[in-house]
Design a protein around this ligand. Structure first.
Ligand code: ADP
Ligand code: MG
Ligand code: MG
Length: 499
């Protein structure tokens, strides 16, 4: 495998003229293929109810080299991870102990609100729903020194609102188009379509939703997308919606928590009914088969206690929950940490189901509450090799390296269990990329790329688990930025070049 030399020399030189030509081909491809965001808007000026324009999503001009064998490993791990997280979500006692009262719920308000809503449903005797997970397991390549082999290490496992499945398929399509139409001017024999894996994420994720819809059993029911107000990443969601409609004949209703607060109701037989927002002539509520949350992963999404009540109302129905409160809690970073403790993963996954491979994809994690101050001391001592994380999703919440000691010093002792320390994964340092963001100059910089693998799982008590791997994504960011994401730094969509 020519991995080392590939990393140190990537990407090969392109002239300014070649780069400009690729940029034109890439941006027009993006604008032609829904590789789009809605434009930014200022908080003072609400965006128009019907958008008039869009911008291309940020992306990398060339695909990113990933060792073939590690890519295959990431894909093949997904089914073990699907199974693992399904079983965790069904283990009420485990989740209560880790995330419930007496655990994280007493310390972290957001976890507490989600767990309390789930506990209340159980106390009221509401039967547990069918659970659908549309998951994304995220990895970085790990190579602590240039003498070490490159391996694959997991960053985190997402059980709610995992996004960019559809747009990543479009980026992979764009890189394939550039390879096939320009061969990137012959700069590298690696840039051949045989080295670009197919990415069928839209089909894969829609199949998960379709399977759940079918399990619900009423063919003209709608799938409900619970969305954030003024979502700019709407095309990533619409592509899934079109796939559901065109390939499976399933209709989608999109509403925010605020809207559902007035439109959602539960029938005596526990069907979830949702009335249209702009009722027009026909305001008849529709029955919902599957509730797919693209909102609700962050406290910001719950503007008031009423929104938590709405979440609980949706879950009190017999619509499939993607994810259920239990499955959302299973995706907590504290759960990720507890799983790494001796024997815990192995309670959920047997050797023949790949427990050792899963464990091998982890770096060291521990709770700041470990052993009477030892966990916090260790985090301070080893700060430069670490990130510490709270129970949050969506980027921008972690604390890195030299910021750790002063943070830990001021953190009240009782809050320590809600923070996990994690060894920093060390990606190969010598990879470059050309990053393109609408309205900005093209940037040529050293980068770090994060590989995500999608999967789905449909499960419930007394029902056989169904699960599949469902495509992948790559996100690339400048190497000096700790987190990718919207607010911090410069993170773009990317795809895989097998090397
Ligand atoms: P979130 O749920 O908010 O996305 P993550 O755990 O994915 O939280 O952390 C956000 C980002 O921080 C990741 O995408 C990655 O770039 C960086 N990061 C997180 N954990 C590590 C780690 N152990 N080593 C290196 N980078 C990390
Ligand atoms: Mg993440
Ligand atoms: Mg996450």
């Amino acid at each position: 495998m020519s991995t080392m030399s590939t990393f140190t020399s990537w990407p090969p030189d392109l002239t300014l003229e070649q780069l400009d030509q690729l940029t034109l081909l890439a941006t027009t491809y993006a604008l032609s293929h829904s590789l789009l965001y809605l434009p930014p808007y200022s908080p003072e000026k609400q965006p128009p109810p019907a958008p008039e324009s869009a911008i291309h999503a940020p992306f990398s001009l060339l695909p990113t080299p990933i060792p073939r064998q590690l890519f295959a490993q990431a894909l093949s791990l997904q089914r073990a991870y699907n199974t693992l997280y399904a079983r965790i979500a069904l283990d009420t006692a485990f989740l209560d102990q880790v995330m419930g009262s007496g655990g994280i719920s007493d310390i972290d308000d957001f976890t507490g609100a989600l767990w309390s809503a789930w506990k209340r449903l159980r106390d009221e005797g509401v039967p547990p729903p069918l659970h659908l997970g549309l998951f994304r397991s995220d990895y970085l390549l790990h190579q602590p020194t240039t003498n070490d082999p490159v391996s694959l290490k997991q960053v985190e496992f997402n059980t709610i609102s995992a996004s960019f499945g559809a747009l990543s398929q479009q980026v992979a399509g764009m890189h394939r188009y550039l390879v096939e139409s320009t061969e990137y001017f012959g700069i590298s024999p690696l840039l051949a379509s045989d080295n670009l894996p197919l990415n069928d994420t839209v089909k894969g994720l829609a199949e998960g939703l379709e399977e759940a819809h079918r399990a619900y059993g009423i063919s003209n029911a709608h799938v409900l997308f619970v969305v954030q107000p003024n979502e700019r990443n709407i095309f990533d969601q619409r592509l899934l919606e079109y796939q559901l409609f065109q390939s499976h004949g399933i209709r989608v209703t999109r509403q925010t928590f605020a809207e559902l607060g007035t439109t959602a109701s539960i029938s005596p037989s526990r069907a979830l009914l949702v009335a249209p927002i702009s009722s027009g002539l026909n305001g008849t509520p529709v029955e919902i088969s599957v509730v797919y949350y693209r909102a609700g992963y962050t406290p910001v999404d719950y503007a008031s206690p009423a929104d938590y009540a709405t979440r609980a109302l949706l879950e009190s129905s017999h619509a499939v929950q993607c994810p259920s409160l239990a499955l959302q809690l299973a995706g907590g970073k504290k759960v990720q940490e507890v799983l790494t403790r001796p024997g815990v993963l192995e309670r959920f996954l047997s050797p023949s189901e790949g427990a050792a491979l899963v464990r091998n994809s982890w770096v060291r994690l521990w709770g700041l509450d470990k052993g009477d101050g030892a966990g916090a001391d260790e985090a301070v001592r080893e700060a430069n090799e670490l990130v510490i994380k709270p129970q949050r999703e969506g980027g921008g919440n972690n604390i890195y390296r030299d910021k750790i000691p002063s943070f830990v010093a001021q953190l009240p002792q009782r809050e320590r269990p809600a923070w996990v320390a994690m060894e920093l994964i060390r990606p190969p340092r010598e990879v470059g990329a050309h990053l393109l963001r609408s309205g900005s100059e093209r940037v040529h910089t050293r980068v770090v790329s994060e590989l995500g693998v999608f999967g789905w799982a449909l499960f419930g008590e007394g029902r056989e688990l169904k699960e599949e791997q469902a495509g992948w994504l790559v996100r690339t960011k400048a190497e000096d930025v700790d987190e990718g994401g919207v607010a911090v730094g410069f993170s773009v969509l990317d795809s895989v070049l097998l090397v």
